[in-house]
Ligand binder design. Sequence first.
Ligand code: UFG
Length: 340
Amino acid sequence: MSKKILVTGGTGYIGSHTVVELIQEGFEVVIIDDLSNSQVEVVDRIADITGVKPGFEQFNLCDEGLLSDFFQRHNDIVGVIHFAAFKAVGESVTKPLKYYRNNLVSLMNVLESLDHLSLKNVVFSSSCTVYGQPDNLPVTENAPLKPAESPYGNTKKVCEEILLDACSADIDLNVISLRYFNPVGAHESALIGELPKGKPNNLMPFITQTGAGILPELSVFGDDYDTEDGTAIRDYVHVVDLAKAHIAAVKHLLNISSDNNYQHYNIGTGNGYSVLDLIKSFERHTGQKLPYKIVGRRAGDIEKIYAGTALANERLNWSAKLELDEMVSSAWKWQKTLKN
Ligand code: UFG
């Protein structure tokens, strides 16, 4: 059987790490990416790490014609991992239609194009954002979903609903949505990692850029939460562990027999760390003080979330292996390559 996997958004942060793991597991990979938030050089970096250059085509998935033509040429694809999406929470508030168009239309085009294939397997990038502030922690997959805090978050929720409905209507379609917690860190080679455009929004790149002197100081958004040190808690997961969850999901889909044809899983470590925990870990690892100040809460932030991971552990046979210090040290190693 063919082992060809399409990775949309495969030159992006999580996508590139997943392509590396797929190749190392013996899969053949072809990437579609429009390079709207990534660099084509990533394809060569993947080849440097793995010794194999993945296929690469540059276009936007909203172009139905190009996508249909692609699937006709690659009708031996056995699975699609769909990362390609816009992901800046703040921008989605000011440009909601840009987010709805891109994230929803691209998913629907991918689903419709699957008719060219004999196997219709999809792994979808979802987010713990669908839970909002959960009533119980750790949050499990059957927790009620809360109204989204941003148009970006809503695209994830609506995409999950589209996938569920599409699976109900088509028994041959098999989908796994992975609800990521907070991906951080970089590949140990420091050849690929997160490349935020402009000022980062997320905590880890903000920390490493501050540590590197690119940014003067980190703002800690709120120290009056109901947590041990007053700062907000998240479940940070190493991007390499997260990438491996996609391999587990693909293998599960390829072996699926009587399972439900739509499944979703939390992908986190199960541990919650505060903003100050990350800062302390960075200071421990680098031996340098990180300049930071406490400011007010950021609009839309939740207080506390971490994953219940039993379902992914049991059904996907996946669990996160890498600790917070490895997340911080790999992110720092990557940051230093960017500065030089
Ligand atoms: N934080 C700071 N200072 C910063 C940046 C972040 O204190 O400069 C804090 C935030 O307030 C939060 C924590 O660090 O408590 C983590 O923030 P991130 O922005 O790194 O991550 P979020 O949990 O806010 O965002 C994640 C995903 C998004 C998703 C969102 C939903 O990155 O894709 O969860 O809540 F939409």
